[in-house]
Design a protein around this ligand. Sequence first.
Ligand SMILES: Nc1ncnc2c1ncn2[C@@H]1O[C@H](COP(=O)(O)OP(=O)(O)OP(=O)(O)O)[C@@H](O)[C@H]1O
Ligand SMILES: [Mg+2]
Length: 243
Amino acid sequence: MTISLSVEKPFARGGNRLCFVDPEDAGRCIKVRRPDFSLEDLRRKKGFPKNLKPLSSFDDSLEEYRVMRSFQQHYPEGIFDHVSRCYGFVDTDMGRGLASELIRDSDGRISITLKQYVWERGYSEDCQQAVNQLCEHWLRYCVPSRDILVHNVVVQRAYRGGEEAIQRLVVIDGLGSGNLIPMHWQPVWLQRSKTQRKVDNFHHRIATLLETRKHEQFPGEHGLLYHNGVDDRVAPPSKEQQS
Ligand SMILES: Nc1ncnc2c1ncn2[C@@H]1O[C@H](COP(=O)(O)OP(=O)(O)OP(=O)(O)O)[C@@H](O)[C@H]1O
Ligand SMILES: [Mg+2]
């Protein structure tokens, strides 16, 4: 069955993909290639010699799918405490889409990115703790990833008795080491030192964002949700929120 997305409004857009709420499941999102920036465009943009590589090697969703399958096969279930789950490919009228866990706050709103959160509120103590927890998680599991970008991390919040608290940070993109030898086959000392570099780099990126924030212009459009995450098909309130 082909899912109609072209009639829907995406809730966000990255450099490569448009993100839609799954019309059939408010707990999932479907990511498709941006029609205004095809794989052919991306390959052209890379120039020689990278443009000699096959088109499939530029496909983010295919890479993400492979990486997530490897997480399911080779890592403990706990790795998904801070990584969004992937449910595989679906057919859509905008081409092949990748279905994944849509991260929402306890009031049903789609969670905003760390970039937007820090931009709007600064680096609160709550947020610093959540960042440290994410970094500990990265080091505990030696999660294979590219650089952890502030627009590829979302901040899941919970509201209890009128109080807002960060529940967890979830990485939604940029997973997998991109290395020919899978991370889990490499010696543990090497995995640890590579992961430590990612963690250090992540802290630097947050520091850079805080520095840029002083100049008062949001850096680029990536990491901002359209219509502030409010969506017609919001998920039902979570148990915590009902209690
Ligand atoms: N599972 C998710 N839950 C909540 N929000 C999400 C999810 N996946 C994506 N988003 C939102 O959509 C935006 C774009 O998604 P994504 O990073 O997957 O696209 P991309 O084109 O691959 O990005 P990039 O520019 O990093 O290549 C994110 O910055 C985030 O705001
Ligand atoms: Mg992204």
